[in-house]
Design a protein around this ligand. Structure first.
Ligand code: MET
Ligand SMILES: [Zn+2]
Length: 724
């Protein structure tokens, strides 16, 4: 009988209980006892869900914030003597840095060794996620833990890996765990010979573990899969969905050496139902050689908890599966292999329906020619025309788009969305907010205005609601970090505008001022990165469809007299494949989709883009090809590096390097902002330099925004004087 296994089920809870408990504790509305009790219950509910569908699953997966932090605490990299101290590390003044977890939209806390020689010591953490666990105990594997940490002294990786593996072995043996579930997704990265060698050497120590060890990889293929089968472990988990066929190819040649193969065949990252009978074929073939356990490919926490209560059209409901339904698919696969096909046949009945097809959109994309992706005239020529129209001073000042989403804004928007406020009153309210924002910008003396994005809940969901072919889920919440949730929309069909999306608000804002107001759009790559995307057509086509919808919107902006358009692409780096050898293919469509948005604008229309939350140094060459006129970029973390990167590529466009880190309530002085500018001006000519915050201001309060922007405008004034 084929065995089944699953891991990474969302910790959030159907009613977002996780969020309520933790945030309640922060607000001192939930006591520590209630928190511990509540989390325990939530953990039990998860286990019950697993048990309904699969034979086995990890224990001790539950965290109060992030598993990387839990691992760091377990091995003594940090100390927390109370839950307050634990959460200090997550969100306090000296919190760990947060960064994207591989190419997903989940952010983890980055352990930092700060250049110190690491020493690991098993600690009894204040939050012990392994309490009561005995089997398949969930731990982030040493290789992934160290690979994703920072600040290890040069040359110490190999030693640290051995030390940490030793500590792990001691821990597992001292607790007497029957088996452990080691998560090692970093093994799918492009690793050097030395790294593979270090891995094999360090993990040879796993032979001392008394219980069973299973090692899980996911998100891509493992380049040297055969090496994993030589390790002293009992089972290897591989991703057979996101591996471009590379894992499967290797498995054909690999000697199983008595190991179990955890075959990840049910997608943990996307919502589409599994083509069960096709998958069963693959499993059958693998079973001839391997002792196969059916499992998910990638942890399931990238998906909403369950379809129960989802408000989706029924044709779409027939095609999708959220986390709980993915568990069911694992079970159905096992049934097929045992000859029980009935329920599985029912399950896949609708998966290929053509819901959402719009022929005209398909034709429009297939008619695209190379020149449709090229803007004319060249930057050099058009910049002159733009300057004639805009007549901007040196160091133009602007903001990134959103202004504070106050309690009131959120309350009124919610009333409207729940149908408790009529459209007209809602629109009047939004206009009122826009008018206030324009007034404030006027008083501050900024050069380029924004309307404030008060009508937008989320920069992707807002557009999803305005486009045909994209569904929003109502309650399909997914954690993006800590307790922060978002609802990824589902791109299921051909995408087209359903009338204008943003023009009325922008045009209204423009009608109130003589200063240019920026049209504000979310770019195709970001819409794709933060949604679940259809897989029945190439992703490049999906991107071009979205680009064409945005292109139509930009044409309407121009007709409404808007002179500057900003197309935000904050997710462009995160969406890049884990392996660099796959970058070219990705950036090809990513860049072309951006260019398609703006290729037919008038020369005098100035195109901006905005990016944030990533390391841009290594993608600088690609960024340049997007052919924008101005880029604003968040760089609070690595100002130095990014400036160097600009120098290397000979950056000839205008740039606004964020001078205010908007992730903190701290209001920087003009002098502090100036430091950043001065460093940057050594590399970027002053004619090309804009002054702006790091990112949008929606999470800030007006009490911080007004003084900070006043300082920002003051700084621009001083810089102008100095250059005169
Ligand atoms: C994550 S990037 C955000 C850009 C958006 N225009 C804003 O200002 O909020
Ligand atoms: Zn941003």
């Amino acid at each position: 009988m084929v065995k089944t296994y699953a891991y990474g089920f969302p910790k959030l809870g159907k009613q977002r209980e996780f969020k309520r408990l933790i945030e309640g504790f922060w607000a001192q509305k939930v006591t520590e006892e209630e928190l511990r009790e509540g989390i325990k219950e939530l953990g039990q509910k998860r286990e019950e869900t697993y048990r309904k569908y699969v034979d086995a699953f990890p224990q001790g997966e539950m965290t109060l914030y992030d598993p990387m932090l839990d691992t760091a605490l377990l091995f003594g990299v940090y100390k927390a003597n109370s839950l307050e101290e634990y959460f200090e590390l997550c969100r306090g003044k000296n919190a760990l840095e947060m960064t994207k977890w591989f190419n997903t939209n989940y952010h983890y806390l980055v352990p930092d060794f700060e250049g110190r020689e690491p020493a690991f010591k098993v600690c009894e953490p204040v939050w012990n996620r392994h309490e009561g666990a005995t089997e398949n105990v969930h731990i982030i594997a040493p290789f992934t833990f160290l690979k994703l940490s920072k600040g290890l002294p040069e040359g110490s990786f190999e030693g640290a890996l051995k030390e940490l593996t030793k500590a792990l072995v001691d821990y597992v043996n001292s607790k007497g765990f029957k088996s452990v579930h080691l998560e090692d997704p970093a093994l799918v990265m492009e690793l050097s010979e030395e790294e593979w060698k270090a891995l094999v050497e360090a993990y040879s120590l796993l032979s001392e573990v008394k219980g069973e060890v299973n090692l899980f990889t996911y998100y891509d293929s493992v380049d040297r899969l055969e090496l994993l089968f030589e390790l002293p472990v009992n089972g290897i988990g591989v991703d057979l969905v996101h591996d471009r066929g590379e894992n499967l190819e290797q498995l054909k040649k690999i000697d199983p050496r008595g190991k179990k193969l955890f075959a990840g065949v049910v997608d943990g990252r996307n919502v589409w139902r599994n083509d069960l009978f096709k998958t069963a074929e693959v499993l059958r073939e693998l079973s001839e050689k391997f002792d196969v356990v059916i499992t998910n490919a990638a942890p399931l926490f990238h998906l909403p908890v369950s379809l129960e209560g989802a408000t989706l059209p029924k044709e779409l409901l027939q095609k999708v599966a959220f986390a709980e339904e993915k568990l069911k698919e694992i079970k159905l696969l096992a049934e097929i292999l045992e000859g029980k096909e009935e329920e599985a046949r029912e399950w896949v009945k609708g998966i290929n329906n053509k819901f959402g097809e719009i022929k005209a959109v398909r034709e429009r994309v297939s008619a695209l020619k190379e020149e449709d992706f090229v803007r004319k005239p060249s930057y050099k020529e058009r910049v002159k025309k733009q300057q004639e129209v805009l007549n901007l001073p040196l160091f133009p000042t602007t903001t990134i788009g959103s202004f504070p989403q106050t309690e009131e804004v959120r309350r009124v928007r919610l009333l409207y969305r729940k149908g408790k406020l009529d459209k007209e009153s809602y629109e009047t309210f939004i206009r009122g907010e826009i008018a206030k924002a324009i007034q404030i910008q006027e008083e501050l003396g900024l050069d380029i205005f924004v309307h404030g994005e008060f009508e937008r809940t989320d920069m992707v969901e807002f557009f999803a609601e305005k486009m045909k072919g994209i569904a929003t889920t109502g309650n399909g919440w997914v954690i993006s970090y800590g307790t922060r949730c978002y609802r990824p929309p589902i791109i299921y069909g051909d995408v087209e505008r359903d009338g204008v999306m943003t023009v009325p608000e922008i045009a209204f804002a423009q009608s109130l001022t003589d200063k240019p107001v920026k049209g504000m759009l979310t770019g195709p790559v970001t819409i794709i990165a933060w949604s679940f995307v259809r897989e029945d057509i190439p992703i490049s086509e999906v991107a071009y469809q979205i680009a064409l919808a945005l292109k139509d919107e930009i044409r309407d902006y121009e007709e409404a007299g808007i002179k500057i358009v900003q197309i935000d692409e904050p997710a462009i780096r995160e969406k890049a494949p884990i392996k660099k050898r796959n970058w070219k293919e990705y950036f090809d469509w990513a860049i072309k989709s951006f260019r398609l948005c703006h290729s037919s604008v008038k020369p005098e229309t100035q195109i901006h883009t905005h990016m944030c939350y990533s390391e841009f140094g290594e993608i600088m060459e690609y960024i340049l090809e997007m052919d924008f006129d101005v880029i604003s970029i968040e760089a609070s973390r690595s100002k130095g590096d990014i400036i160097e990167a600009f120098e290397k590529v000979n950056f000839d466009r205008q740039i606004g390097l964020g001078v205010w880190d908007i992730h903190s309530p701290y209001v920087p002085s003009a002098e502090e902002m100036k430091e950043i500018v001065e460093r940057a001006l050594r590399v970027i000519p002053k004619e090309n330099f804009w002054i702006n915050p790091d990112c949008g201001l929606k999470t800030r309060r007006w009490e911080e925004v007004i003084p900070a922007l006043r300082n920002l405008v003051k700084l621009a004034g001083e810089l102008r004087k100095e250059t005169n």
